[in-house]
Every structure is written in C-alpha cells, then in structure tokens.
Design a protein around this ligand. Sequence first.
Ligand code: NAD
Length: 300
Amino acid sequence: MSPAATTPPEVLAPSNGADSANGNAQGEQLGETPVFLSTEPGPDHDWKITLRGKVIAITGANRGIGLGLATVCLANDAAEIYSLDLFEPGEEFQALAKAHPKRVHYLHCDVTSEESVIKAVDTIVEQSSRIDGMIANAGMTKHQPALNFDRPQLEQLFNLNVFGAYFCATAAAKKFIELGIKGSIVFTASMTSYRPNRAAPSAPYGGTKGAVRNMAHTLAMEWAKHGIRVNSISPGFVRTQMTYYMNKAPDWNLKMQYYGGMPRLADPRELGGAYVYLLSEGASYTTGIDIPVAGIVGAW
Ligand SMILES: NC(=O)c1ccc[n+]([C@@H]2O[C@H](COP(=O)([O-])OP(=O)(O)OC[C@H]3O[C@@H](n4cnc5c(N)ncnc54)[C@H](O)[C@@H]3O)[C@@H](O)[C@H]2O)c1
C-alpha cells in the first residue's frame, strides 16, 4: 500500500449541526461520499495499544468494577482518570489516588440527573482541557421475583442503568463534537443482556442491560460520522458488592461442576483489557459491538 493510501480521509463534519432530516450531512447528495470525521489512523500512528495522553471518565469508579477499570486504565498510561460517583470515595479509591498523584480524581455526580452529568463533563474539561473516553459503568441490580416488583423499584433500576447511561453517553458525545475529539464511549452492559441470571431472579435488571447493549449499537451508527465510537462490555460474574452472595450459596460448587467454564468470579481488573482496547485508538474501526467477558461460567 502506498503511503498516500494510509492517509486518512480527515474530513470534518459540519460544526453547525445542520444535518438534513434523513440523517445525511447538509448538502450531501445521494451517491456522494458522506461527510464524516474519520478515525482512520494517520501515517504517524502509534500501533501500540495504549491510553497515553487520554483523559477518561468512569462512572461509579469509587469501588467495584469501575475502580478495577480505573486501575487498568492507569496501568495502560491513561493521563488522568475521573470517577463520577454518587458517594464519597472510600479507602480503596483513596489508595489508588495516592499511588497515582494528580492522575486520579473524584467528582460528585448523580448519573440519573442529566444536569449533574453535564456539569461533571464540563468540570473535567475545565480541569484537564480535554476528555477522550467515557465509561458509563454505574449501575445496580435488584434480585426478586418479577411479580414482586413495584413501580418505584422499576423506576430506580431504569433511571440508573438506562437513563444514567444515556445521559453519560450524550453528554460525552456533545463534548467530543464541541472539541473535535474522536472520543470513545463504553457501556458496562451484562451477560444478563443476553440471557437470564440463573443465580438470582432479576428480570428488570436484564431488561435494563438489554437496553444498554442495544443503545450502544444504535448510537455507534448515529455518531460514526462524528468520529465517535460506542461499544459495550458484558461482564459475567465479577467479585464486587453486587455479587457477594454468589459463591456463598450452598450449591455453588455443584453449579460450578455442572456448568463448566472457570469455576470462580472475576477480579474486576480482569475486565480492564477489553475496556482499554475499546477506549484506545487500536480500536479505530471497532464500533457498535459488545464484548462478553464472562469466563464461560458467567455466561450460563
Ligand atoms: N458485579 C458483577 O458481577 C456485574 C456483572 C455484570 C454487570 N455489572 C455491572 O457493572 C457495573 C458496576 O457494578 P459493580 O458490581 O461494580 O457495582 P458496585 O455496586 O460495586 O459499584 C457501583 C458504583 O456505582 C456508584 N453509583 C450508584 N449510583 C450512582 C449514581 N446515581 N450516580 C453515580 N454513581 C452511582 C456506586 O456508588 C458505586 O461506586 C454496573 O452497571 C453493573 O450492573 C456487574
């Protein structure tokens, strides 16, 4: 391939947001190359998979999976990490911040409030002059038979897991477009987006995660022209406060023998490589997909 062939068609989408009703950029004629911000690597591209120089927001990173992801992003040279979390950071988060001076930040944020998410994204850009990635990770579950759910319980789950993820994605996308950044958005979905959690009844939770995984695909289609990639990760069973009960169940060992796969829960950091890949420019042509990380056993 000639050097010229590796030069990306770096075409900026119109910044006035004046898209025509059929979704094509203004002035675009049928049959012409669509106007878009290409993510294709340039001639000086560093082919190492790295987050070097990148500022990444992770919702719910004060503990659990989010904290594990923050750790792995830092290990892969992310410049700065922001945890957007509802609660004050605990000892584990403080320890990570202490180990990486000036690279780990906490912003109080309630992802169920669009205003709160927009404010947090603005603060990140004020403090760090950029934002390159958004991991919409904060979420919750509720285990009980479907017939016992009342409306407030359903609303709590959907407000956090679906509306929260949507506000994070749209706030980040608007900022990426404003700053001309080819950003990456990664949702934490779940294996329950594919099939029921046989360990505990949680139909509404599975519904929220199915919504998240589907949304990632559609947003990826809508925002490709802005150079924004959107993907999701579906964890299986990860060792956090959400799954404290699982390997304490009396039939755990029997289930492990029966279902096969890896007879254990995952350390949250074991998910990190997949997120790092999707956040990195190594994934410049990867958008609209879900990566299950479930050790087989978490996939049953
Ligand atoms: N643990 C698992 O096995 C597992 C499996 C699949 C998917 N997931 C998903 O992974 C994500 C993280 O789960 P986890 O196990 O680390 O849970 P966790 O409860 O340990 O952590 C959730 C974090 O989100 C924060 N949070 C809660 N409400 C918030 C809000 N309104 N605004 C901002 N932050 C808020 C919490 O303070 C906490 O720090 C969730 O979306 C969950 O559904 C977990």
